[in-house]
Design a protein around this ligand. Structure first.
Ligand SMILES: [Zn+2]
Length: 603
């Protein structure tokens, strides 16, 4: 009884906070602060419980896709979303209050717990959960059927990767994009409801809600991404110019005009987002990189576990503790034959403590060798910050989380492969152009795509692009940023953004752009700490315990401090900076400029 009365009084006080209500002398805590603290303590306890249940439900669904697990997952997501939205509603009572730093930050971080916020209306909240689950499943079940034969994304991607037959590529590209039009009405409705949810939380729309999660005003964040893009644009344009010329040689300049955008179906990837698969078409004369990691892995009879154990070995060489035994017992590493699973690789932390896992259908090749390092980067990050309070158990921002494993993957140099006995001798510097070009075709080619996906979504959520303009806006952005065009005129009902998982899946995308910049910043800083003096692409931090200690310290901070401080702790600078990426690829840029000397670049 008296407890209720007290809370009632405290709640009243919270509406009239005094300017100096922060706990100053450690004796008297102003009522507003005490109530905010009690609220956050309760929120963290509720979230801890709800998150574990939600994680375990999603794990089961993704490992056993059935009608029932889909239903259970939608239900669990609705419950979890409602919990967070309820907490966010209550948190509004503390807006503008002068709170101690840690408390203020936790209130801010509550907003990072949800991507698609439901409105304060049970019917709409349920409709939103249904729509997001349906969109996700429609994508997952997408197939291109023709003459009674159906192909899924894995088959079509394999064709995009390996075929050099223009007609077959075009067929696979248009076929996959035909899965998206049925999603459009649901997507439009989802946008409307989620925007209502964002407005209930005090944001103009979902786009500005997403932009608000980077410890700076949303407009400043948008400007930062523009600044970074302008820094890397000359390198991208040089790569684009060379690739376009080589594709023109391969397919003819009537298919690939020498001065215009490149048709989207010729770059070895369904979304033309990474181009490493067409290395053979654009490689220099002495293309041989000196070794082929896929062949080595096959010859050494690596299996899925062997690949993941090798990736773990990199982290333990830096001083991280080995993964718990349960990781090996509970992870999914090979595609099961007797049931449907979500093969898209992901890293998990089911109880926010030691129950770490990955779910990945590992294939024995170089790409998956690198992906294993990427996923374990998430796992070691999870564990590094597990002793933080719940709301601080997160990456400094979402780009950091994506960047850690990729930073380690940059250390998979020939010299590293020699050290772990996979290679007898590292190729000399004459092989560097091939090595760097192969890497740029993925890492540099990705940058404008990483930027434009959310540029599109920001316009969609703000209403700047209405439903009838969705597709035209998508292609305008792809042309402006990537210099890529649709290979054929698009039908009126086309919804081409829906053919990329993160749109129907509602996964924010800017994190991948940030990560591709950050990983080079981390790599450069780590190599400097290691005292490495050669070219950055030959630096590996393998077995460097001191660098590992600094890395671990950064990861252990979790989201407890604004990301610029976390960045500063490891790199000595508090700004995102593309110069590390440019330094890494500088020798390649020189080579590309020579190749492009007599070509007209740009589109
Ligand atoms: Zn990731």
């Amino acid at each position: 009884m008296s407890r209720n009365l007290l809370l009632g009084l405290v709640a009243l006080a919270a509406l009239h906070p005094s300017p100096g209500s922060a706990a100053g002398d450690g004796q008297v805590v102003a009522p507003g602060v005490a109530e905010a603290q009690a609220f956050i303590d309760e929120a963290e306890a509720q979230l801890a419980q709800a998150r574990e249940l939600w994680n375990r439900t999603l794990w089961v669904k993704q490992n056993f896709i059935t009608f029932d697990t889909d239903l259970l997952a939608a239900n669990a997501t609705e419950n979890y979303n409602n919990l967070i939205v309820g907490l966010l509603g209550r948190a509004k009572a503390y807006d503008g209050m002068d709170l101690p730093g840690e408390l203020a930050r936790k209130l801010e971080l509550l907003k990072r717990q949800i991507d698609v916020p439901p409105p304060d209306d049970p019917a709409k909240s349920a409709e939103l959960a249904r729509l997001t689950t349906e969109l996700d499943s429609m994508y997952g079940q997408g197939e291109y059927c023709q003459d009674g034969k159906c192909r899924d994304l894995e088959e079509l991607s394999e064709l995009m990767r390996s075929s050099r037959n223009e007609a077959a590529l075009l067929d696979a590209w248009t076929g996959w994009h035909s899965i998206a039009p049925p999603m459009k009405d649901k997507y439009v409705r989802m946008v409307t409801i989620a925007n209502e949810g964002a407005r209930d939380l005090g944001f103009a729309d979902v786009g500005s809600f997403w932009q608000s999660r980077y410890d700076m005003p949303p407009a400043d964040f948008v400007a930062e991404t523009d600044r970074l893009w302008n820094e890397v644009k000359p390198l991208y344009q040089a790569l684009h110019c060379h690739v376009r010329a080589k594709l023109g040689e391969a397919y003819g300049t009537d298919v690939v005009p020498p001065a215009g955008p490149i048709p989207a179906h010729l770059l070895g990837n369904m979304w033309a987002q990474e181009w490493g698969n067409i290395y053979d078409l654009v490689a220099p004369e002495d293309a041989d990189q000196g070794y082929d990691l896929t062949e080595i892995l096959e010859a050494r009879k690596f299996d899925a576990e062997g690949i993941v154990r090798t990736a773990e070995g990199f982290f333990t060489s830096l001083g991280f503790s080995p993964l718990p035994e349960t990781f090996w017992q509970r992870s999914l590493l090979t595609k099961p034959e007797d049931r449907e699973v979500v093969c898209h690789a992901s890293a998990w932390d089911l109880d926010d403590q030691e129950d770490l896992r990955i779910k990945m259908c590992v294939r024995i090749n170089e790409e998956d060798f690198r992906t294993a390092h990427h996923e374990l980067g998430h796992n070691f990050y999870f564990r590094a910050y597990k002793d933080q309070p719940l709301l601080f158990r997160d990456g400094a921002n979402d780009g950091f989380h994506e960047a850690i494993g990729d930073t380690i993957a940059l250390s998979i140099t020939p010299e590293y492969l020699v050290r772990i006995g996979l290679l007898d001798q590292a190729p000399d510097a004459s092989r560097d152009t091939g090595l760097l070009l192969r890497q740029a075709l993925d890492g540099v080619a990705f940058l404008p795509f990483g930027l434009l996906v959310d540029r599109w979504r920001w316009q969609v959520f703000s209403g700047e692009a209405g439903p009838t303009e969705y597709n035209a806006t998508w292609w305008q952005l792809r042309e402006d940023y990537q210099g890529i065009k649709a290979p054929v005129a698009r039908p009126p009902d086309a919804f081409d953004p829906g053919a990329k998982y993160h749109i129907p899946g509602n996964v924010p995308y800017m994190r991948y752009f940030l990560a591709r910049i950050l990983q080079y910043q981390f790599h450069q800083a780590a190599c400097a700490q290691a005292g490495f003096e050669g070219p950055l692409h030959r630096c590996s931090i393998y077995d460097d315990k001191e660098v590992g200690q600094g890395l671990q310290a950064m990861l252990a901070m979790g989201a407890s401090r604004p990301w610029p401080e976390v960045l500063q702790a490891f790199t000595g600078t508090d700004r995102l900076d593309a110069t590390a990426l440019l330094a890494y690829f500088a020798p390649l840029k020189t080579w590309l400029d020579e190749q492009n000397r007599d070509r007209q670049c740009g589109w």
